[in-house]
Design a protein around this ligand. Structure first.
Ligand SMILES: CC(C)(COP(=O)(O)OP(=O)(O)OC[C@H]1O[C@@H](n2cnc3c(N)ncnc32)[C@H](O)[C@@H]1OP(=O)(O)O)[C@@H](O)C(=O)NCCC(=O)NCCS
Length: 175
Protein backbone atom coordinates (compact mmCIF):
# COMPACT_ATOMS: atom_id res chain seq x y z
CA UNK A 1 0.00 0.00 0.00
CA UNK A 2 1.35 3.43 -0.90
CA UNK A 3 -0.04 6.82 0.19
CA UNK A 4 -3.27 7.74 -1.60
CA UNK A 5 -2.10 11.33 -2.09
CA UNK A 6 1.28 12.90 -2.76
CA UNK A 7 2.11 16.59 -2.81
CA UNK A 8 5.05 18.13 -4.67
CA UNK A 9 6.06 21.75 -5.07
CA UNK A 10 3.63 22.34 -7.95
CA UNK A 11 1.40 19.25 -8.06
CA UNK A 12 -1.17 17.35 -6.08
CA UNK A 13 -1.38 13.64 -6.90
CA UNK A 14 -4.67 12.23 -5.65
CA UNK A 15 -7.28 9.54 -6.22
CA UNK A 16 -9.47 9.74 -9.35
CA UNK A 17 -13.17 10.46 -8.84
CA UNK A 18 -16.06 10.22 -11.31
CA UNK A 19 -16.04 13.98 -12.14
CA UNK A 20 -12.47 13.49 -13.46
CA UNK A 21 -13.78 11.25 -16.26
CA UNK A 22 -14.85 14.28 -18.34
CA UNK A 23 -11.47 16.02 -17.96
CA UNK A 24 -9.56 12.80 -18.65
CA UNK A 25 -11.77 12.06 -21.69
CA UNK A 26 -10.82 15.49 -23.09
CA UNK A 27 -7.13 14.47 -22.90
CA UNK A 28 -7.86 10.96 -24.22
CA UNK A 29 -9.61 12.61 -27.20
CA UNK A 30 -6.39 14.37 -28.29
CA UNK A 31 -4.31 12.40 -30.84
CA UNK A 32 -1.10 14.11 -29.62
CA UNK A 33 -1.75 12.71 -26.14
CA UNK A 34 -2.75 9.16 -27.10
CA UNK A 35 -0.64 8.49 -30.20
CA UNK A 36 2.02 6.61 -28.25
CA UNK A 37 -0.28 5.02 -25.68
CA UNK A 38 -1.20 1.92 -27.68
CA UNK A 39 -4.97 2.48 -27.58
CA UNK A 40 -5.50 5.60 -29.76
CA UNK A 41 -8.11 8.24 -28.93
CA UNK A 42 -10.76 7.27 -26.40
CA UNK A 43 -14.25 8.67 -25.81
CA UNK A 44 -16.06 9.34 -22.51
CA UNK A 45 -17.29 5.75 -22.09
CA UNK A 46 -13.86 4.23 -22.83
CA UNK A 47 -12.38 6.70 -20.33
CA UNK A 48 -14.98 5.79 -17.70
CA UNK A 49 -13.90 2.14 -18.01
CA UNK A 50 -10.23 3.13 -17.97
CA UNK A 51 -10.66 5.06 -14.72
CA UNK A 52 -12.70 2.22 -13.24
CA UNK A 53 -9.72 -0.06 -14.01
CA UNK A 54 -7.33 2.47 -12.43
CA UNK A 55 -9.42 2.45 -9.25
CA UNK A 56 -9.73 -1.34 -9.46
CA UNK A 57 -5.96 -1.63 -9.46
CA UNK A 58 -5.80 0.58 -6.35
CA UNK A 59 -8.42 -1.65 -4.71
CA UNK A 60 -6.77 -4.97 -5.64
CA UNK A 61 -3.11 -4.00 -5.29
CA UNK A 62 -2.96 -0.96 -3.00
CA UNK A 63 -1.28 1.18 -5.65
CA UNK A 64 -2.21 2.74 -8.97
CA UNK A 65 -2.13 5.84 -11.15
CA UNK A 66 -2.92 9.17 -9.49
CA UNK A 67 -5.02 12.01 -10.89
CA UNK A 68 -2.75 15.07 -11.10
CA UNK A 69 -3.82 18.62 -10.24
CA UNK A 70 -1.78 21.75 -10.91
CA UNK A 71 -1.76 23.41 -7.48
CA UNK A 72 -1.52 26.98 -8.83
CA UNK A 73 -4.67 26.78 -10.98
CA UNK A 74 -6.42 23.88 -9.24
CA UNK A 75 -6.84 22.27 -12.68
CA UNK A 76 -6.75 18.54 -13.38
CA UNK A 77 -3.80 18.11 -15.75
CA UNK A 78 -3.16 14.40 -16.14
CA UNK A 79 -2.25 11.02 -14.72
CA UNK A 80 0.96 9.80 -13.13
CA UNK A 81 1.80 6.72 -11.12
CA UNK A 82 2.23 2.98 -10.76
CA UNK A 83 0.69 0.80 -13.44
CA UNK A 84 1.03 -2.96 -13.50
CA UNK A 85 -1.98 -4.82 -14.93
CA UNK A 86 -1.80 -8.58 -15.35
CA UNK A 87 -0.51 -8.45 -18.95
CA UNK A 88 2.08 -5.65 -18.45
CA UNK A 89 5.78 -6.47 -18.99
CA UNK A 90 7.10 -4.81 -15.81
CA UNK A 91 6.09 -2.68 -12.82
CA UNK A 92 5.75 0.78 -14.34
CA UNK A 93 5.44 4.33 -13.12
CA UNK A 94 3.83 6.11 -16.08
CA UNK A 95 3.00 9.72 -17.00
CA UNK A 96 0.55 11.73 -19.10
CA UNK A 97 0.17 15.51 -18.94
CA UNK A 98 -2.23 17.99 -20.60
CA UNK A 99 -0.43 19.50 -23.65
CA UNK A 100 -1.17 23.02 -22.30
CA UNK A 101 1.24 22.17 -19.46
CA UNK A 102 4.00 20.41 -21.42
CA UNK A 103 7.61 21.53 -21.22
CA UNK A 104 7.64 22.80 -17.63
CA UNK A 105 9.09 19.73 -15.97
CA UNK A 106 5.74 18.69 -14.47
CA UNK A 107 5.80 15.06 -15.67
CA UNK A 108 9.30 14.70 -14.25
CA UNK A 109 8.33 16.36 -10.96
CA UNK A 110 5.26 14.16 -10.46
CA UNK A 111 6.90 10.93 -11.64
CA UNK A 112 9.95 11.51 -9.43
CA UNK A 113 7.65 11.84 -6.41
CA UNK A 114 5.76 8.68 -7.43
CA UNK A 115 8.98 6.69 -7.92
CA UNK A 116 10.25 7.88 -4.51
CA UNK A 117 6.94 6.93 -2.92
CA UNK A 118 6.95 3.41 -4.45
CA UNK A 119 10.53 2.67 -3.40
CA UNK A 120 9.81 4.00 0.10
CA UNK A 121 6.63 1.98 0.64
CA UNK A 122 7.01 -1.18 -1.48
CA UNK A 123 9.56 -3.96 -1.50
CA UNK A 124 10.49 -3.64 -5.19
CA UNK A 125 13.94 -3.93 -6.76
CA UNK A 126 13.16 -2.05 -9.96
CA UNK A 127 10.68 0.45 -11.41
CA UNK A 128 10.26 0.67 -15.20
CA UNK A 129 8.75 2.80 -17.92
CA UNK A 130 7.29 1.16 -21.04
CA UNK A 131 7.78 3.66 -23.87
CA UNK A 132 6.84 3.78 -27.57
CA UNK A 133 10.03 4.01 -29.67
CA UNK A 134 8.81 7.24 -31.35
CA UNK A 135 8.16 9.11 -28.07
CA UNK A 136 11.36 11.09 -27.37
CA UNK A 137 9.68 13.35 -24.78
CA UNK A 138 8.78 10.34 -22.68
CA UNK A 139 12.28 8.87 -23.10
CA UNK A 140 13.65 12.20 -21.88
CA UNK A 141 11.43 12.06 -18.77
CA UNK A 142 12.65 8.51 -18.04
CA UNK A 143 16.28 9.61 -18.36
CA UNK A 144 15.71 12.65 -16.12
CA UNK A 145 14.39 10.23 -13.48
CA UNK A 146 17.68 8.32 -13.66
CA UNK A 147 16.22 5.42 -15.66
CA UNK A 148 18.37 3.61 -18.20
CA UNK A 149 17.53 1.67 -21.34
CA UNK A 150 16.96 -2.03 -20.62
CA UNK A 151 15.99 -3.26 -24.10
CA UNK A 152 12.86 -3.93 -26.13
CA UNK A 153 9.84 -5.66 -24.68
CA UNK A 154 6.81 -7.27 -26.32
CA UNK A 155 3.57 -5.64 -25.24
CA UNK A 156 0.05 -6.51 -26.36
CA UNK A 157 1.16 -7.63 -29.83
CA UNK A 158 3.59 -4.73 -30.35
CA UNK A 159 7.08 -3.83 -29.18
CA UNK A 160 8.12 -1.05 -26.79
CA UNK A 161 11.27 0.25 -25.14
CA UNK A 162 11.82 -0.62 -21.52
CA UNK A 163 13.55 1.91 -19.29
CA UNK A 164 14.15 1.33 -15.60
CA UNK A 165 15.84 2.30 -12.37
CA UNK A 166 16.95 -0.14 -9.69
CA UNK A 167 16.51 0.50 -5.99
CA UNK A 168 20.31 0.71 -5.64
CA UNK A 169 20.63 3.30 -8.39
CA UNK A 170 17.65 5.23 -6.98
CA UNK A 171 19.25 5.36 -3.52
CA UNK A 172 22.47 6.77 -4.98
CA UNK A 173 20.65 9.26 -7.23
CA UNK A 174 18.57 10.67 -4.35
CA UNK A 175 21.58 11.25 -2.05
C1 LIG B 1 5.70 12.70 -22.18
C2 LIG B 1 5.01 13.82 -21.39
C3 LIG B 1 4.30 13.23 -20.17
C4 LIG B 1 6.05 14.84 -20.95
O1 LIG B 1 5.41 15.81 -20.11
P1 LIG B 1 6.15 17.17 -19.70
O2 LIG B 1 5.51 17.69 -18.45
O3 LIG B 1 6.23 18.09 -20.85
O4 LIG B 1 7.61 16.59 -19.36
P2 LIG B 1 8.86 17.38 -18.76
O5 LIG B 1 8.69 18.84 -18.98
O6 LIG B 1 9.07 16.89 -17.36
O7 LIG B 1 10.07 16.81 -19.65
C5 LIG B 1 9.97 16.75 -21.06
C6 LIG B 1 11.36 16.70 -21.66
O8 LIG B 1 11.26 16.32 -23.04
C7 LIG B 1 12.02 17.25 -23.80
N1 LIG B 1 11.48 17.26 -25.15
C8 LIG B 1 10.41 17.93 -25.62
N2 LIG B 1 10.25 17.67 -26.93
C9 LIG B 1 11.22 16.80 -27.28
C10 LIG B 1 11.60 16.16 -28.47
N3 LIG B 1 10.89 16.33 -29.60
N4 LIG B 1 12.67 15.33 -28.46
C11 LIG B 1 13.39 15.12 -27.33
N5 LIG B 1 13.08 15.71 -26.15
C12 LIG B 1 12.01 16.52 -26.14
C13 LIG B 1 11.87 18.53 -23.05
O9 LIG B 1 12.84 19.48 -23.46
C14 LIG B 1 12.07 18.05 -21.63
O10 LIG B 1 13.42 17.77 -21.33
P3 LIG B 1 14.40 18.87 -20.62
O11 LIG B 1 13.80 19.17 -19.27
O12 LIG B 1 15.71 18.20 -20.53
O13 LIG B 1 14.39 20.09 -21.50
C15 LIG B 1 3.96 14.55 -22.28
O14 LIG B 1 4.55 14.90 -23.49
C16 LIG B 1 2.72 13.70 -22.54
O15 LIG B 1 1.80 13.66 -21.74
N6 LIG B 1 2.67 13.03 -23.71
C17 LIG B 1 1.48 12.25 -24.08
C18 LIG B 1 1.30 11.03 -23.21
C19 LIG B 1 2.50 10.11 -23.29
O16 LIG B 1 3.02 9.86 -24.37
N7 LIG B 1 2.90 9.58 -22.13
C20 LIG B 1 4.02 8.68 -22.04
C21 LIG B 1 3.64 7.29 -22.31
S1 LIG B 1 5.08 6.23 -22.14
Amino acid sequence: MIPREIETERLRLRQFTEPDVKAMARLNGMPEVTQYMGHGVMNYDDTWRQIAAVLGQWQMRGYGPYAVDDKASGKFIGRIGPYYPSDWPAFEVGWLIDPAFWGHGLATEGAKAAVDCVFQHMDLDRICAVIHPDNPKSIRVAKKLGESYLGETPIRGASALLYGITRERWKVSRR
